[in-house]
Ligand binder design. Sequence first.
Ligand SMILES: N[C@@H](CCC(=O)N[C@@H](CS)C(=O)NCC(=O)O)C(=O)O
Length: 216
Amino acid sequence: MFLPVEVPHAYRKPLALQYGDNAAAGVDKMTVRLSGYEHSVYSWIARLALGEKHVAFEWLEVNPFDASPPEHFQRLNSFGRVPVLQDGEFIVYETTAITRYVDEQFTGPALQPSAPRARALQNQIISIADSSCYRPMVRQVFSHRIFRPRFGKESEPGAIEQGLAASADALAGLEGIIADEPFLTGASVALADIHLFSHDRLFCHGSGGRRNSASP
Ligand SMILES: N[C@@H](CCC(=O)N[C@@H](CS)C(=O)NCC(=O)O)C(=O)O
């Protein structure tokens, strides 16, 4: 087993607006906004965390790679990256800061293990995803095999092969540390699952749908 078999339910919902139990609990749907980019793995991670917590939110589509992103977005994040979460007056960016805030601020199923060792494993997996999976799985394999051709851009020679090789190393490393449980850190879905699932989802497109193999 490498990744959870269950697809987080937020993936099955429409993109524009998300409604959930927290709306019924008095959270105004307009107070929570997520600025994200449709093709951004990190935006999807934040979106899935909100979905798993049943938080109602408004999705604001922003392409951070645009030469001149909207002015309101530049004011939200001076680093110019998505996602950015707004909860009323509160603004937070950096995906793990967003997802941990979402988990701790809103009611709903806990998305972080409480036991220190399971929590450490969760943070370890998230860190490995960022440092060792994002570039090969997303920026090399997905981007050069799927994204660039789709938008008429050339793929760099060797990028896909390099990405597949580095992805294989990263996935082998992860196989050695994940829990022998239905999900990566235990019996229920946690932030580590959401984080890695989002990388894996794009990687599967790029690697021809082979979830358990990084071979071309
Ligand atoms: N460390 C950031 C990374 C976010 C990130 O790299 N987002 C990409 C889209 S997936 C982006 O906005 N890139 C625009 C740029 O780097 O100019 C996080 O965890 O949120």
